[in-house]
Structures are given as C-alpha cells and as structure tokens.
Design a protein around this ligand. Sequence first.
Ligand code: ATP
Length: 235
Amino acid sequence: MLRLEEVEVAYGRVAALRGISLEVREGELVSLIGANGAGKSTTLKTVSGLLKPAAGRVTWDGQPIAGLSPREILRRGIAHCPEGRRVFPHLSVRENLMMGALLRRDAAGIAQDLDAMYARFPRLQERAGQAAGTLSGGEQQMLAIARALMSRPRLVMFDEPSLGLAPALVQQVFEIVQEVRRQGLMVLMVEQNALAALGLCDRAYLLETGRVVRAGSGPALMASADVREAYLGGR
Ligand code: ATP
C-alpha cells in the first residue's frame, strides 16, 4: 500500500504541496482531480522520486521511500507514466518498451511481457522498428503506457493519460486503465476529465492549491455539490 502523510513539496520558494495525505490500497484505482496547478502532477513526481518532499512521509508497504532515487522506487514496483507521454523519440518502439524493463533481469519474463504488449497493442507491433517520435499522439500514449507496464509494477501512476487524444482513443485509454486494475495492479491516476476519472475509480481525492479538500468514493465525489459545480459543469 502507498501512503502519503502530510507531504509538503516546494519548487524553490513556491509551495506546491502543502500537506497532502492520501492512500492507494491493494487493488485500488485512485484518481486525483483538481484544477490546473492544484499539485496533482507534483504528487506523482514526489511518489516516483523525481521530487523530494520538504516535510511529511511517503511509505510503500510501510517502508519510507521519500528520498530514494527514481530508479530504486521503480525497482520496488512503482511505475510512472508521465504527462505528455515522454517516449524516447529517436529510439524504436521496441527499444522504448525494453527501456521499461531496464531494471529486470528475467529475460524470459521480459520476452513474454513484450509479446503480451504487442498482443494488447497491435499497432505497436506493426511499428516495432519505427522511431517512437514518428508515432501519432495516441500511439505514443499507448507506448508510454506499455513501457510503464514492462517494468511489471505493482502500482502504476498515470498522469493525464487522455490529454490531447481524440474521443475514441480517450475511451480506449480508459479501458486500458481499467484492464490494468483488473489484473490486480494498483493505479493512481491524474485526470483533467473529472467525470471519467470519478466514473472509473474506487476512490478519489480533490486537490486545491496543494491540499486535499475532498476525499471519497467516485460516486460520493460526483454527488458533492462543489465538485459538480467546479468540474462537472453544474448540477
Ligand atoms: P496541471 O494539471 O496544470 O499539470 P497540477 O495539478 O498537476 O496541474 P502541478 O503541476 O503539480 O499541478 O503544479 C503545482 C504547483 O507547482 C503550481 O502552482 C505550479 O505552477 C507549480 N510548479 C509546477 N512545476 C513547477 C516547476 N518546475 N517550477 C516551479 N513551479 C512549478
């Protein structure tokens, strides 16, 4: 289980997280929603070790992980699928996928997972030898998701997986997110599309200016008046 307790993060003098507490329990899909600048991406970057908290605790299965390197955190089973896809544009699709498995030593398992990704994302197989930078936005998003899964994580964090995608692809991305959860992985997802995020998740947290201002089940947040007003287009 992932737990953040009173986590504070600042960029220089700018406070981005002002005491965030949240949990992702075994088998859960948890969504973070909130306006631009609320601190959602910063929360994911803190969990994955890209940012170090100034205060508070981050624990994974009860062990403190704040301050560990991103590599060590990935090795412990937490994968981050960052905003804006961030594939390696000059590497091939296959090389990008193998980068996801960089810390693994089980060659047979890696080969098996690569086949599984190609079966799940046939487009990536068709383009396996092609430079990732030449893929469409949607294909790059699939690649970023598949690359994160190649590490065989126990928890995968998705930052705005639907951003900039055509509606049909948005649907497909959310189906993949649900599929990942059904396979028993924990998921922590940041999503601008609050309606979709609340519909999919077990629980959600609403962030405002670096704080959690509401927490609850998807339906509970969907029913809450302030969430409806701010994010779901009125009552
Ligand atoms: P968005 O959906 O717009 O990405 P967010 O909820 O993910 O929003 P964050 O990106 O976590 O928000 O940003 C939280 C706060 O930290 C914002 O006030 C933002 O301006 C600030 N911030 C983010 N990255 C940096 C940075 N590299 N340097 C300085 N300030 C930053």
